[in-house]
Ligand binder design. Structure first.
Ligand code: SF4
Length: 322
């Protein structure tokens, strides 16, 4: 079928969770989806503002795509839960991209705010379909296909993370090789999805971990219920959805089942700075943790060599404890 045009999705931020959904929705509506490549050797990250690295990468990726596509898809993510909020930078993301691209490309920036109830996600995607001249029934069908594709992707997640290189984790319809031998050490990686899976941020820490003989787990392995159970005892509710997920999964993994936990944070991220402080205090109250914890902070100057040294040292600590 001839495509209606080309729609660009920057390989940044919540691409690292929702790409399978977005990809299927737009492809079912008859649009070709183009994803940015990532930062190639010698290419500069765009310093659009004094922001966290994930936001700078969004701008860099949007600029890579702007002359190749008819529209960029940068949703205004306000809330992805009934109660909790996204970081305010997500609200401004489409405007930042418009400024950085000087209005040279159309930006589809529909608001997604799930505090309004279960049907609001569907309504947002109906409006997105409308902007792309799709009828209500076409958008409805595309939305249903996207839900199916996302659920299939989630079921494959454990195999994907064990068997695929990090760059291919979000490729759709890719054959997943059979799992190899189980690694002797199990390490849980906690953080915002883009910190965990964007190799331009973390220098492909997951591949390095696997190469050093460790098995990778992430909070995507946990259900909402498990996270709720961990955060329900806190004296103060965590307002940010990502913060809640990070703290819940961190305490879940620290209480057993893995040999170590690595928390990946972004330098200049206010939420991560607060969470680190919160986690340290909480651990102090609990009398520490018997599971080793490593906190790594990333910015554009982070080097691979330093990371390797820290990860090797962390592996030694885990081996001694084991
Ligand atoms: S949560 Fe932190 S890292 Fe993520 S966009 Fe907001 S400030 Fe940046």
């Amino acid at each position: 079928m001839e495509k209606k045009g080309c729609l660009g999705i920057p390989r940044a931020l919540m691409f690292y969770r929702y790409f399978p959904f977005w990809h299927t929705f737009f492809e079912t509506l008859g649009w070709k989806v183009m994803v940015s490549d990532g930062v190639r050797r010698k290419e500069k990250i765009i310093y659009f503002e004094d922001s966290c690295l994930p936001m700078k990468l969004l701008v860099t990726h949007a600029i890579q795509l702007k002359d190749k596509v008819d529209h960029l898809f940068i949703p205004r993510l306000v809330s992805l839960h009934r109660t909790y909020m996204m970081c305010p930078k997500f609200r401004g993301a489409p405007d930042i991209v418009r400024l950085a691209t000087e209005g040279s490309v159309s930006v589809i920036d529909e608001t997604i705010d799930l505090r309004k109830g279960g049907i609001s996600l569907f309504q947002s995607f109906l409006k997105i379909g409308e902007k792309l001249n799709a009828s209500k029934s076409e958008s409805k069908k595309a939305f249903q296909e996207a839900e199916k594709s996302f659920s299939k992707f989630q079921k494959e997640w454990i195999d994907r993370i064990h068997c695929l290189p990090t760059r291919q984790l979000f490729e759709i319809d890719i054959p997943i090789p059979p799992a190899g031998r189980k690694a002797p050490l199990r390490v849980a990686f906690i953080g915002h999805p883009y910190n965990l899976f964007d190799t331009d941020i973390n220098k492909d820490l997951l591949a390095l971990t696997k190469r050093l003989g460790m098995e990778v787990l992430t909070s995507d392995f946990l259900s909402e219920k498990e996270i709720d159970r961990e955060v329900s005892g806190l004296s103060k509710e965590i307002y940010w959805s990502s913060g809640r997920e990070i703290v819940g999964s961190l305490f879940h993994f620290l209480s057993g089942g893995v040999d170590g936990v690595v928390f990946l944070t972004s330098f200049k991220c206010g939420i991560d700075a607060l969470l680190q402080e919160f986690i340290k205090r909480r651990l102090k109250v609990r009398g520490g943790s018997s599971t080793p914890l490593l906190i790594l902070s990333f910015d554009e100057h982070t080097g691979r060599e330093g990371l390797t040294t820290r990860l090797e040292a962390f592996r030694d600590v885990m081996e001694q404890r084991k």
